[in-house]
Design a protein around this ligand. Structure first.
Ligand code: FES
Length: 108
């Protein structure tokens, strides 16, 4: 029997707004898909998770250290955005799992 997934709580800063999102492991393909669906962000995630457009950039303000390493071509894409890459990730490269519980992020 499959265990029941625990809720994953994510605090999101978007401009002056603060949002508390709740999701479950595997509910969305990536953090980008969760943010796009729940916050109705325009011009966000334009390449739909390929990791090339850089429009899904987030800053991890408070989070699990396992989120600090880049995936595949992520570092190159972040550099191309011209933004300060400190603590930044492409949200499309972050799966929805327990590592996200309790994190605080800012949509760039
Ligand atoms: S959706 Fe394009 S880089 Fe993440």
């Amino acid at each position: 029997m499959r265990p029941i997934s625990q809720p994953i709580n994510i605090k999101v800063l978007l401009g002056d707004e603060e949002h508390d999102l709740v999701t479950y492991k595997g509910e969305y393909r990536s953090l980008m898909m969760l943010l796009f669906d729940k916050l109705y962000l325009e011009d966000f995630g334009e390449c739909k998770g390929v990791g090339r457009c850089g429009t899904c950039l987030i800053e991890i303000i408070d989070g699990n250290s396992s989120l600090e390493s880049y995936d595949r071509n992520e570092e190159t894409t972040i550099m191309r955005t011209g933004q300060d890459a400190t603590n930044c990730r492409l949200s499309c490269q972050i799966p929805i799992d327990d590592n996200l519980n309790g994190i605080k992020i800012r949509v760039k």
